[in-house]
Design a binder for this molecule. Structure first.
Ligand code: FMN
Length: 187
């Protein structure tokens, strides 16, 4: 919760591309969030060093502290990711690894996490989303299974996400479901 009692959702985007469709899904989810829900995108996943137990000691790298604090501060995490070679992009997996430690007490522990996204292939990144969900679950997060949006990019027909009402509605729903899951956790 923030100072206004809003539910805070932090989005991790699995693509670093300037014109990333997954980032635009996250932005549309943020703009269309229901009242009382604040959605913010995490910037700078590429600044994290590769996970290495040798550097996961005090003083922990500043970018790792920043990520852990941002996730720790959020009520829930939304992941919007493409699929790379049939699985989760490395930049996202690296972030999950950092969030999984200290073992049993990582910033993602017991945090509700929703996974969605878009990819070129016909199943819209389902393998990546399944692998992301498995990894998040093992890392200690609580995957909200009711959130399922694997958008085959062709469905956009070259239009911006904002021009495809059914996708905007699916994103709004995903945020609502994730926010409701945070209420269950704190109840
Ligand atoms: C290295 C690489 C691997 C990819 N592998 C897959 C894949 O396995 N399945 C798929 O659907 N799309 C794959 N793609 C295509 C991405 O889905 C597509 O580039 C997508 O737009 C990336 O998301 P973004 O727009 O958020 O950057 C791959 C793209 C790259 C660059």
């Amino acid at each position: 919760m923030d100072d206004n009692n809003n539910t805070k959702i932090l989005v991790l985007v699995g693509s670093l591309r300037k014109d990333s469709i997954n980032r635009s899904l996250a932005q549309v989810a943020a703009v269309n969030a229901p009242a009382g829900v604040e959605v913010g995108l995490y910037a700078g996943l590429e600044l994290l060093p590769f996970y290495n137990e040798d550097i996961d000691v005090e003083p922990v790298p500043a970018e790792v502290v920043r990520l852990r604090e941002a996730v720790g501060d959020a009520d829930a995490v939304l992941i919007s990711t493409p699929e790379y070679n049939g699985t989760i992009p490395a930049v996202l997996k690296n972030a999950i690894d950092w969030l999984s430690r200290p073992y049993g007490a990582g910033a993602i522990t017991r945090k509700p996490v929703g996974v969605l996204g878009a990819a070129l292939a016909q199943f819209g990144g389902k393998w990546s989303h399944d692998d992301t969900s498995r990894s998040v679950g093992i890392a200690g997060g609580r995957v909200v299974e009711d959130i399922e949006l694997h958008l085959p990019i062709g469905r956009l027909e070259g239009r911006p996400v904002t021009d495809v009402p059914e996708v905007v509605e699916q994103l709004r729903q995903a945020v609502a479901v994730l926010a409701a899951a945070t209420a269950e956790v704190s109840a």
